[in-house]
Design a protein around this ligand. Structure first.
Ligand code: FE2
Length: 277
């Protein structure tokens, strides 16, 4: 809406079900950030619990010391004021990475909405498991950008039609570490937080995954969620070179691997959502 002398006033619209967040930032300890609700209804998730917000309600923090996630319960609008013009920088850089992530998944044979699907389903699982606002923020960006590291995998490997050699497979597996590095280098708090999911989304409950072979609680719950949702989507998606399997067949496989490849609690929550779909 307007920006002057380091202060920004932004008019935001959130469609029903959409989310928006505010995160602490070490570089901006003297920043004031405030939200004023104009229309609609939102839930604000904080580390201490949830609050309902209605028109006229406002939230201010100086500085933001915890992760706040706003979920629109109906189409909503609000004003966001920041005393430092960080928002545009964060927004543009995050958006650029999201577009990059979508493009790389398309190259890898997925449809354009693969990242969005992973994000939506992961968030449903995370919310149902009662994750706090910080974890939800992490889950949102980690799910959207889980494969961003594939941008650093040479096309000769990413697009190879046949089987990968063991050296090529080693490079392919590095997309987890490459991705985490890309996010950490942005210096943007919500992306640094999400880097852990990007690094761990191919780890498996029994330690058979990569890059580190972490097992059970060594990997974060958020990573376990994205790992399961990504596997489900990979099994059921039609790719350029193969047709996806049925939802029933994918669910049977996931049930069989509950507590082996996949975290049992994540599987239970995932099934309770998907089987009622
Ligand atoms: Fe991946």
């Amino acid at each position: 809406m307007s920006s002057y002398d380091g202060t920004e006033i932004i008019h935001h619209e959130l469609k029903t079900g959409a989310r928006w967040g505010m995160s602490p930032d070490e570089d901006t300890t003297d920043t004031l950030e405030a939200v004023y609700i104009l229309s609609g209804k939102l839930t604000m998730h904080t580390t201490k619990g949830d609050h309902q917000l209605e028109p006229g309600d406002h939230v201010a923090a100086q500085p933001v010391s915890e992760h706040l996630v706003f979920t629109a319960l109906s189409d909503s609008t609000f004003l966001y004021v920041s005393s430092k013009p960080i928002f545009h920088h964060y927004f543009n850089e995050t958006r650029e990475l999201e577009l990059l992530a979508v493009n790389i998944e398309k190259k890898d044979g997925y449809t354009a909405d693969h990242c969005e699907r992973i994000k939506d389903l992961s968030m449903l699982v995370g919310e149902k498991m009662g994750l706090n606002s910080e974890a939800l923020q992490k889950l949102h960006f980690g799910a959207l950008l889980h494969d961003i590291g594939k941008t650093k995998v040479p096309e000769s490997i990413l697009l190879k039609p046949g089987k990968l050699t063991s050296d090529e497979w080693t490079v392919m597996k590095d997309h987890t570490r490459f991705g985490a590095d890309i996010l950490k280098k942005t210096n943007i708090p919500h992306l640094i937080l999400a880097a852990e999911i990007v690094e761990q989304h191919h780890e498996r409950y029994d330690g058979s995954g990569y890059p580190k072979g972490l097992e059970k609680e060594q990997m974060s719950l958020e990573s376990a969620i994205v790992g399961l949702v990504d596997s489900f989507d990979a099994i059921t998606s039609d790719r350029v070179y193969q047709k996806g399997r049925s939802k029933e067949s994918a669910l049977a496989e996931i049930k069989q691997l509950r507590g082996i490849k996949y975290h049992p609690d994540v599987v239970d929550t995932f099934l309770s959502i998907i089987e009622n779909d």
